[in-house]
Design a protein around this ligand. Structure first.
Ligand code: GLY
Length: 362
């Protein structure tokens, strides 16, 4: 099965997303047709290389093996990627291909956007998390020790190729991390202003078993739903001046938890789900949503096996970290808050409000 989605960001930026379960032969052919006249630098996750190098038609010379893990998304590794592109003689007509999860996609995309002022870039996400989120929409970045995604660009890929065969070998933790971002879309669907209702919340409720079993056709449909919503958002607001902020539901606390635990304790999706629990709790207590919707939402998270954060971190440390986030202003911390069924809005809280809310859930 194959689904093709089109992303139209502005008049001059348009690309396709191909979601399928076709065999690797066909994937290789597709990449060949897109890149046959070009020199290529393939930034590939080490894990993916170990598992799939025999299935993928890249020569070892053009592959730059990239270590997995958020801590690798740094300035030194960025320079190594750029140097490798230069050594291989890539020019402005050539291409960088990212084959891996979000870390690989982010750093390869940032390298492509800055190498010789920008060269073509193809995303081949190999995790559910990168398929439903970071591979689409053109955010590229590297981290600073003090914060995630501090240096980056908006730079759209030429194509995104999602082959769900890669997901068969994702470990449970990584798969659940992807589902954390997937669940986020259920709570923001109506705010995305997609042309027709997709009923993602209901789909996630009814198809939980098949999704957990990674049933291929259900997965393709699930990714298609999530990406339709993401495309609707980024095509209205590429640079996150307004609407795109809704994609950050759960991320204010989520990013802070990832940062203070040095990206070692929680996966991204898990941290986002803790953030969603937190903000639903806050929204219910402050009467942004009623009990029925609050309960329904928590039930959905629990159905997928997610639980409320059971560890206490110093609220001062969390707030200090939140203040350093790109989305914070000098005296307020920005949250995306549920305000009705499947709808969210931006709310700016003072550090004192946040401290009170953090202490109330512990
Ligand atoms: N990951 C959120 C966004 O792409 O805006």
């Amino acid at each position: 099965m194959r689904q093709i989605l089109k992303v139209q960001i502005s008049d001059n930026s348009e690309y396709l997303i191909d979601i399928s379960d076709v065999g690797f032969e066909k994937l290789n052919q597709e990449i060949y047709l897109l890149t046959k006249d070009k020199k290529r630098l393939v930034v590939m996750s080490k894990k993916v290389y170990k598992l799939y190098s025999g299935d993928l038609n890249f020569s070892d010379d053009e592959i730059y093996l990239f270590p997995d893990g958020e801590k690798e998304k740094n300035y030194k590794n960025y320079l190594k990627v750029i140097n490798r592109a230069f050594e291989l003689g890539l020019t402005r007509n050539d291409v960088i291909i990212a084959v891996g999860g979000g870390v690989v996609g982010d750093i390869a995309g940032f390298a492509a956007s800055t190498y010789m002022r920008g060269i073509d870039f193809i995303q081949v996400p190999t995790t559910l998390l990168s398929a439903v989120d970071s591979s689409v929409g053109g955010k590229t970045a590297i981290d600073l020790p003090a914060g995630k995604n501090i240096i980056g660009t908006f730079y759209q890929p030429k194509k995104v190729i999602i082959n769900i065969n890669f997901f068969k070998t994702l470990d449970e933790k990584q798969y659940m991390s992807g589902l954390g971002e997937v669940l986020k879309y259920a709570f923001i669907e109506e705010s995305c202003k997609y042309s027709v209702p997709l009923f993602l919340f209901e789909f996630l409720t009814l198809s939980c078993e098949k999704i957990m079993q990674r049933e291929p056709l259900t997965l393709i449909r699930l990714i298609e739903y999530c990406l339709n919503l993401k495309i609707a958002v980024v095509s209205q607001d590429e640079k996150e001046c307004g609407l795109r902020k809704i994609l950050n539901l759960g991320h204010t606390l989520g990013h802070a938890l990832e940062t203070i635990t040095k990206y070692k304790k929680y996966t991204h999706g898990e941290a986002v789900v803790y953030g969603i629990y937190f903000i639903f709790n806050w929204a219910y207590k402050h009467e942004y949503i009623n009990y029925a919707y609050y309960r329904l939402s928590i039930d959905l998270l629990e159905k997928y096996g997610f639980k409320i954060l059971d560890k206490k971190y110093s609220s001062d440390l969390i707030i200090d970290t939140m203040k350093k986030d790109k989305k914070a202003t000098s005296d307020r911390i920005t949250f995306i808050v549920p305000c009705d069924k499947k709808q969210v809005k931006e709310v700016k809280l003072t550090p004192l409000d946040v401290e009170f809310a953090l202490n109330a859930i512990s």
